[in-house]
Design a protein around this ligand. Structure first.
Ligand SMILES: [Zn+2]
Ligand SMILES: [Zn+2]
Length: 133
């Protein structure tokens, strides 16, 4: 099914996205063989904030549900609800697959690293690691 407002998703990414949802359609929640699952791209013209996170713009759905989404059609608001109900882990997987990082990791600078090391090694008696062979 051609998407009108689409971002580029490679076949390799599509495959990983199907795995991310464990081959379960996000609309009917049924298990489907891989070839039955399609990537639907939610129209983002209405929702500009979706530009930021590509995982919020897609639904992994079976062919039948995909037809429904386009032909009924399923309102964009409902599609967004489905995206929001997605589990944390699936969302995380999808973001990784699509190359999205929520924000750059910043090491906290108020931690005294030498102190942590000292605490860690302080718990072991000297040379005890050798006894374990
Ligand atoms: Zn379905
Ligand atoms: Zn679609």
């Amino acid at each position: 099914m051609p998407e009108t407002d689409s971002m580029k998703i490679t076949p390799a990414q599509e495959q990983k996205l199907r795995i991310a949802v464990e081959y379960t359609c996000e609309l009917c929640h049924e298990y489907h063989p891989e070839y039955c699952l399609e990537i639907h791209q939610i129209s983002r013209s209405l929702y500009k904030e979706m530009k930021r996170d590509p995982s919020t713009r897609i639904l992994i759905v079976c062919q039948l549900c995909h037809d429904h989404i386009h032909n009924l059609p399923v309102p964009t608001g409902k599609q967004r609800t489905l995206v929001k109900k997605r589990s944390f882990f699936i969302r995380q997987d999808m973001r990784r697959i699509l190359g999205y990082r929520p924000r750059p990791y910043q090491a906290p600078d108020d931690i005294n690293i030498p102190l942590i090391y000292e605490e860690y090694f302080g718990r072991c008696t000297p040379g005890s690691y050798r006894l374990s062979g």
